[in-house]
Design a protein around this ligand. Sequence first.
Ligand SMILES: [Zn+2]
Length: 55
Amino acid sequence: MPISDPEKKRIAQQARLVMKICFKCGARNDINATRCRKCRNPYLRLKNRTLGVKK
Ligand SMILES: [Zn+2]
């Protein structure tokens, strides 16, 4: 199902790329997360790639 609306596509790409990564175990966490969902480590780094990078 192709997305024709460029605004929706932009939001969808951002939602896929913006996340937080745990410093300790590298698990992906929600952007709103304050602690890692796997190891409870509070040190999370932001993963915010430029749009369009998918490999
Ligand atoms: Zn972790």
